[in-house]
Every structure is written in structure tokens, then in C-alpha cells.
Design a binder for this molecule. Structure first.
Ligand SMILES: *[C@@H]1O[C@H](CO)[C@@H](O)[C@H](O)[C@H]1NC(C)=O
Ligand SMILES: *[C@@H]1O[C@H](CO)[C@@H](O)[C@H](O)[C@H]1NC(C)=O
Length: 382
């Protein structure tokens, strides 16, 4: 089925091709530089050669339409050298061949880039071919899905991805990136999918994720570092909740001004989680969780730990090298949300390492009370 946007683009492409640029060029007329011409071109790529052709032509197309592209196994759909202002449209179903390798399956970089799925278009990463219950720590080597790296003043709209083998969207080095209406649907991996993080964010500023849906088996969102990051109006299901961290042990270990607002976390291991790695240094400041609705949480409603060591609460005594300051948790609706075997709220802070917290209207019940909260800031109950 041809979508309306597809027809429009086809018409646009045809009109560009038909423009009499060559015919108009007489001896007295200096042809415009290639880059000027390039800005007008709309290019459509499809099939098994589509990814390689798009990559080779990426600098000469203002709009790149990837129409039912089948990316060959073991290769990256690589659009990491785009001209400023390029528009990338995924039309039809984009697929990737099976191979055991680290990926990424896709990589897009640039300034003022717009990336979207056309009406009815989606990406099928065919994760079930790799899923073996071992994720990134064993079994088949699984490719990461999408490096959305070094995007500046860019947008990803209406992007729908089905079944990533491992982590889905890696946002790194972004400066001004707005993601609207993205769906990451790894629901089919609930028995064998693992480490299928939705959004991993590092070393980025001014990132907004809004009106999105993540069905997966690991962090819905994990902010490892960065500033001015907002996640709102988003639904997380099946995974490990809305996370800061783990923070520590990377080149950038600073998290500041992160807002999670008006999100739903359901059928998940955790609701809200902040993980600071035991023994490392860094800072976590200005994090706000507000208007979060929790339901069917099996492990921890709210878990804040400074003894993360790859697993929750497993690093021994919480340490103080990554202080958590100016933390606001407001209007959390989680009445009866936590399983009776889980914990409602756990706070494992190092000495003097958690301060200036304000919590209001936090209702998280159904699970157990944790008996070993440590160094809890004044005014907060655990
Ligand atoms: C959101 O994206 C989906 C595809 O992922 C699309 O079908 C839907 O129309 C989009 N919604 C809006 C409001 O644009
Ligand atoms: C919390 O909820 C109350 C009542 O619904 C509302 O008035 C208030 O603005 C909310 N606060 C935040 C920070 O969202």
C-alpha cells in the first residue's frame, strides 16, 4: 500500500528530476555549486542495496526516503555523515539480516536532522532471531539497534521499532534532540529478550522524549550522564522502569536537571530507580520525578542506591562518591502497585551523600517495608 506521504514524496522527487537545471546552463551562467543543487534533491532507496546506496549518496540528498530497505546481515545502515537539515523517512518495513555481531544496525548523525517513519512505515529488527535469554552477557552476540549519536537540534518523530535484539536507542553526544511519539515494541521478548533497554542517554543536553511507548525487558529510560533531559507523557511496560544510571565509571559521570513527568510504569521490575555505582565518583543533582503512575511492580517501587555493582543493592556498604542532591519526587500514584514480595521504597545512601530532597504525595504501597534504609535525608520516610 502506498501511503499518502509516499506519493507526495514521489511527486516531489519527480519534479526535482524534471527541473531544467542542465538545460538552463548557458555559457554566461555559472552553475550553482553541487551542494546547492544537492539541497533540492529527494532520493528514494529500496531493497537489498538500499542501505549501501543511501549511505553512499547521503551528502547529496536533502530528503532520503528508505523504502522497504532490507539491510544486509552484519552491516550498519549508516547515515552518519548527513548534510545539515537532511530529512530521513522510513517507508514500508525496514528489516535487518541475521548475524552474530555487535552492531549497531543503524547509525544516524548530524545537525537539524529530522528522522521519521512514514504513515504505516516501521522497523522490524527481528530480535527474536537472537533472543536466547542471555542478553548482552552470554549466548549469541547480539547487535545494538540504533546509535542516535551526535545529533544536534534534531528530531525523531513517529518512529516505530519492533523487536530489537539488545539495547534499542543509544543517545550519546546529543545537543538538542526531541523524540516524539516513538514506540519500541519488544513485547514479544518477554520470555527470551534481555537487556533490551529502551533509551540509554549519555553525555547529552537538551533531550526531550515525549508521547512515547516502551515495551521491553530492561530500563525503559536510563540516563547515565547529561543535562536538561526530560521524559514525559510516556508509557513503560515490561522492563526495569525509569532510571538514572548506573552513574559511575564512565568518562562522563555528571547527571543534572533530569525531569520525568507524567509517565506510567507498569508490569515492571522497578518503578523509579537511581543507581550510583559503589566506589566511583560523579554527581547526580536536580532530578525530578513527578506525576508518575505505577502499577504491577514486582521488585522495587522506588529504589535509590549508592551501592550499585551491576545488580541492585549488591555492592555492600553504600559509598559517598556520587552524591544525590536536589531530588524531587512528587505525586507518585502507586497505591497497591508493588507485589507483596517486593519493596515499596528502598534508600541506600552513603554517609552525607544524599541531601536536599523533597518528596510530596508519594504513595507507593503493596510491598514490604525495607528495614535497612541508610543515611536517609531529613524529611523523607523509608
Ligand atoms: C504515532 O506514530 C505512529 C507510528 O509509530 C503513527 O501510526 C501515529 O499516527 C502517530 N501518531 C501521531 C499523533 O502522529
Ligand atoms: C500534584 O497533584 C496535585 C493534585 O492533583 C496538583 O495540584 C499539583 O500541581 C501536582 N504537583 C505536581 C508537581 O505535579
Amino acid at each position: 500500500m502506498l501511503s499518502r506521504s509516499c506519493l507526495l514524496l514521489a511527486a516531489l522527487a519527480a519534479s526535482v528530476q524534471a527541473s531544467p537545471v542542465a538545460a538552463a546552463a548557458g555559457p554566461a551562467i555559472t552553475p550553482p555549486p553541487a551542494s546547492h543543487l544537492a539541497k533540492r534533491a529527494s532520493c528514494t532507496f529500496s531493497g537489498a542495496n538500499g542501505a549501501a546506496s543511501a549511505s553512499a549518496s547521503q551528502k547529496s540528498c536533502a530528503t532520503i526516503v528508505l523504502s522497504s530497505v532490507a539491510v544486509p546481515s552484519g552491516t550498519t545502515l549508516d547515515l552518519s555523515d548527513l548534510e545539515d537539515g537532511t530529512h530521513v523517512i522510513f517507508e514500508g518495513v525496514t528489516t535487518f539480516g541475521y548475524e552474530e555481531w555487535a552492531g549497531p544496525l543503524m547509525q544516524i548523525e548530524g545537525t537539524d536532522i529530522t528522522i521519521e517513519c512514514a504513515n504505516g512505515g516501521y522497523i522490524n529488527a527481528q530480535g527474536a532471531l537472537w533472543w536466547d535469554g542471555e542478553g548482552g552477557s552470554g549466548g549469541k552476540t547480539k547487535p545494538k539497534f540504533f546509535y542516535a549519536h551526535d545529533l544536534t537540534n534534531s528530531a525523531i518523530n513517529n518512529f516505530y521499532v519492533l523487536n530489537t535484539p539488545l539495547q534499542a536507542i543509544s543517545i550519546d553526544g546529543a545537543s538538542g534532540l526531541t523524540i516524539t511519539n516513538m514506540t519500541i515494541n519488544n513485547e514479544a521478548g518477554d520470555s527470551l529478550g534481555k537487556n533490551t533497554d529502551g533509551f540509554d542517554i549519555g553525555d547529552s543536553s537538551n533531550v526531550i522524549i515525549t508521547n512515547s511507548n516502551v515495551y521491553n525487558q530492561d530500563d525503559c529510560v536510563a540516563v547515565n550522564s547529561g543535562t536538561s533531559i526530560t521524559v514525559e507523557n510516556t508509557v513503560c511496560s515490561g522492563g526495569h522502569g525509569l532510571s538514572i544510571g548506573s552513574v559511575g565509571g564512565r568518562s562522563d559521570n555528571t547527571v543534572s536537571t533530569v525531569t520525568f513527568n507524567n509517565n506510567v510504569v507498569k508490569n515492571s521490575v522497578n518503578g523509579i530507580r537511581i543507581k550510583a555505582t559503589e566506589g566511583d565518583t560523579g554527581t547526580i543533582s536536580g532530578v525530578t520525578y513527578s506525576e508518575i503512575t505505577l502499577s504491577a511492580i514486582s521488585g522495587y517501587g522506588i529504589l535509590i542506591e549508592q551501592n550499585y555493582d551491576g545488580g541492585d543493592l549488591d555492592g555492600g556498604t553504600p559509598s559517598s562518591g556520587i552524591p544525590i542532591t536536589d531530588l524531587k519526587i512528587e505525586n507518585i500514584s502507586g497505591s497497591g502497585a508493588v507485589a507483596s514480595t517486593g519493596y515499596n521504597v528502598v534508600i541506600a545512601c552513603g554517609s552525607g551523600a544524599c541531601s536536599d530532597w523533597t518528596w510530596s504525595d508519594v504513595t507507593v504501597t503493596g510491598g514490604k517495608t525495607y528495614g535497612s534504609c541508610s543515611n536517609v535525608p531529613t524529611g523523607i520516610s523509608c
